[in-house]
Design a protein around this ligand. Structure first.
Ligand SMILES: [Zn+2]
Length: 112
C-alpha cells in the first residue's frame, strides 16, 4: 500500500467536531464530521451505485447545520475505515484512498 494512503493513527474529536488522520508519509488530515457524514460513501447516502466514489468537497467547508458525533471508527482490513455515527448510521466504509483524496481536494479549495 502507498504510504500516503496508509494511516498511522486516527483521532475522533467529537467535541471539536473533527476526525484527524495521520498518514505514513507524515501528512495529517483533518475532516469536519459534518462533511464526512454528509459525504458518507454508502450506496444509500450516495443515492445509487453509479454515484459511489463521488463526493461534495464544499460540505467540508460550510457551517454545519447540525452536530454529528462518531460512536466508533474501526479499520476494515487495511483498506477502509468503518464509521458508526450517533444517529445509528453504520453503513459507511471510507476507503483510506478516498479519505486522502477528499483531504487533497478540500485543501485545494481552501487555497483558491
Ligand atoms: Zn451512508
Amino acid at each position: 500500500m502507498e504510504k500516503k494512503e496508509t494511516p498511522v493513527s486516527i483521532d475522533i474529536g467529537n467535541s471539536e467536531q473533527k476526525l484527524t488522520v495521520e498518514w505514513a508519509d507524515g501528512h495529517t488530515s483533518e475532516f469536519s464530521l459534518f462533511g464526512l457524514r454528509k459525504n458518507c460513501p454508502c450506496v444509500t447516502c450516495r443515492g445509487g451505485h453509479e454515484l459511489m466514489g463521488q463526493f461534495e468537497p464544499e460540505l467540508f467547508l460550510v457551517e454545519p447545520t447540525r452536530i454529528y458525533k462518531i460512536t466508533s471508527a474501526e479499520p476494515i482490513g487495511n483498506h477502509a475505515l468503518k464509521i458508526v455515527w450517533d444517529d445509528g448510521h453504520n453503513a459507511g466504509m471510507f476507503r483510506w484512498g478516498l479519505l486522502r483524496h477528499m483531504d487533497e481536494v478540500v485543501s485545494q479549495l481552501k487555497k483558491s
